[in-house]
Design a protein around this ligand. Structure first.
Ligand code: ATP
Ligand code: MG
Length: 577
């Protein structure tokens, strides 16, 4: 392809909206363009990189016997009502009506659609196992679309669904997909970590996330250097800190004027934060106002609440909970902003972190302005409607498996796999007949990869201060041949001959034959990140060209006649062909 003919415009300036390297470089390289918040279009080079990732995904999915189909983005509400997710999915779902007022959505995911297809077409155990996938555009009206392709409202996903006769079959299907994902992300050039994950709105029991390690990632990972434990911090279990036993002392109300925060009250009373109880107040919104209720959460003063654990404990959708309006909640429950404690609060669901049960003589709010109570004890003075681990794990906490201090890293979730079990086959009635002609529920798994987010993650891990450094496997082109001066016939002839030789060897090649200053061409080549650069300049007269890998600092001079063969051999070896 000739850059002189290509539809491309690189940007000299960093676009205002872009904060992180992948977003900046994809925009500056002219690979993506924004339409509105969270909605992007792909320009020629960006689209080629997307297609490369899709092809890797296809090859590895096909190698596992999965079969590609393509379902519509437009989905009828009825299927989501059957599974119960029309409500549970919440405001992230893009809903619309047709001219007859019938409800539809633009699919954020396709469990319902694939379950529907399979329930109507699979009847016998002989048709199972089955794994169907698609590469298709998804829609999620994200609360905070940001970072370009990383969290967008329209994005390309590969989603696969497995259908098995029993749990043993599902275990095998899951393992196969896990294996395919490791191959896919390795081929994409990503450094990643597989971690245990929460199954969230999708449902099911077992789940793993594939996270590309990156400081800009939104996923926090807790891992242990001493054992295999690795989980998202959302998911990671926390070990309760069990203090030495103490005898229970009588409760004592004390004046603590103006001490609204845990720091203030622990300083004022001169007690360790570990001896205090923190209160967090929420409202849970039901489908109707009568079904809504308040929640008071109590956790040790030095701990952070893990919202995912709370949502799971309450068994509610993520969108159904918000911090409570304290005045409103106060009228119903007797809580007092900054002075709420478990003693004296009423008419709300009380959720207590399991660690508090063993702790004696703690300081808690008195549900009275400017007052706290000392020596509060679980069981004697208050009880929880739910008692469970609600803690957010942090660096240095004990590993829940082996007790070693854990470490925290950040990553970008590029893929996730779930064992769904019978969640959808049960709610939507997907059965098969076994050998004895008995109806059995189909066991399902689902497996997603964010294709466009993977593209962003690759750039996040492969860039420098001058632009992108594409891994060969996903590079939009393998080689760029730069003609320093297109008016110079010798340079032009040599560059054209290298270009054509590369094309004939099956190497995807760009030739920069634009009438631009050399500085502009070199800058652009750096921004675009094509892995191999051959520069044809003044020394063409002596038969010499410059050869440079994008990732290297320095170039070497080589014979122009050999340039194409050297570049092609390098590309082929990188691609393993
Ligand atoms: P997140 O927690 O980041 O919102 P998710 O867990 O909701 O993602 P899944 O339902 O597991 O996402 O979707 C499968 C894959 O689709 C994710 O692993 C991710 O790579 C990609 N993905 C999800 N949401 C987005 C988005 N808003 N923009 C781009 N890619 C996304
Ligand atoms: Mg996910």
């Amino acid at each position: 392809m000739r850059l002189s003919k290509m539809y491309i415009r690189t940007l000299r300036e960093v676009p205002n909206e872009a904060e992180i390297p992948s977003h900046i470089w994809l925009l500056r390289a002219g690979m993506i363009r924004k339409l509105v918040s969270g909605v992007y279009g792909f320009m020629p080079l960006g689209l080629r990189a997307v297609r490369k990732i899709e092809e890797i995904v296809r090859q590895e999915m096909d190698a596992k016997g999965a079969q590609e189909i393509l379902m519509s983005a437009l989905q009828p509400a009825e299927l989501w009502q059957e599974s119960g997710r029309w409500y549970a999915y919440g405001p992230e779902m893009w809903r619309l009506k047709d001219r007859n007022e019938r409800d539809f959505c633009l699919g954020p995911t396709h469990e319902e659609i694939f379950t529907d297809i399979v329930r109507s077409e699979v009847s016998s155990y002989r048709q199972l196992p089955l794994n169907l996938y698609q590469i298709q555009t998804k829609y999620r009206d994200e609360k905070r679309p940001r970072f370009g392709l990383m969290r967008s409202r329209e994005f390309v996903m590969k989603d696969a669904y497995s259908f098995d006769r029993d749990w043993e079959g599902l275990d095998i299907s899951y393992r196969e997909m896990y294996d395919a994902y490791e191959k896919i992300f390795t081929r994409c050039g990503l450094t990643f970590r597989v971690v245990e994950a929460d199954s969230g709105a999708i449902g099911g029991s077992v789940s793993h996330e594939f996270t590309a390690l990156s400081d800009v990632g939104e996923t926090e990972i807790a891992y242990c250097d001493n054992c295999d434990m690795a989980a998202t911090t959302e998911r990671a279990a926390c070990v309760d800190d069990i203090p030495p036993q103490e005898t229970e002392l009588p409760m004592k109300k004390v004046a603590t004027p103006g001490t609204k925060t845990i720091e203030e009250v622990s300083d004022f009373l001169n007690v360790d934060r570990k001896k205090t109880i923190k209160a967090l107040l929420f409202k849970v919104f039901g489908e109707t106002e009568e079904m809504s209720y308040y929640v008071a959460v109590f956790i040790r003063g030095d701990r952070e609440l893990n919202m995912t654990k709370l949502i799971n404990a309450l068994d509610i959708p993520e969108h159904a909970i918000e911090f409570a309006d304290e005045n409103e909640m106060s009228a119903v429950t007797g809580c007092v902003g900054g002075f709420t404690g478990p003693v004296g609060i009423h008419d709300c669901k009380i959720v207590v972190d399991s660690e508090l049960v063993e702790h004696k003589n703690l300081v808690a709010g008195a549900c009275e302005i400017d007052h706290h109570i000392m020596n509060v004890n679980y069981n004697r003075d208050y009880k929880g409607d739910i008692v469970t681990d609600l803690k957010l794990i942090k660096a240095g906490d004990k590993c829940p498996v082996c007790g070693t201090p854990i470490k925290i890293a950040r990553g970008i979730e590029v893929g996730q796999v779930f064992k769904l079990g019978t969640k959808y086959s049960e709610s939507m009635g997907a059965y098969y007949k076994d050998e004895n002609m008995e109806d059995k529920l189909i066991l399902m798994g689902c497996y997603g990869i964010g294709i466009t987010r993977t593209l962003a993650a690759i750039v996040e891990q492969h860039h420098d201060e001058n632009g992108i450094l594409w891994p060969m496997s996903v590079a939009p082109y393998h080689v760029i041949v730069t003609v320093v001066n297109v008016e110079d016939e010798v340079q032009k002839t040599m560059a054209e001959s290298i270009y054509h030789e590369l094309l004939s060897k099956g190497i995807e090649t760009l030739i920069d034959d634009r009438k631009e200053r050399p500085g502009v061409k070199f800058k652009d080549a750096d921004i675009l990140g094509i892995p191999v650069r051959i520069t044809v300049g003044k020394k063409a007269a002596e038969g010499i060209v410059e050869y440079k890998l994008r990732k290297d600092k320095h170039h070497t001079e080589i014979n122009g006649n050999e340039a194409a063969a050297i570049a092609a051999a390098y590309v082929d070896s990188e691609l393993g062909r």
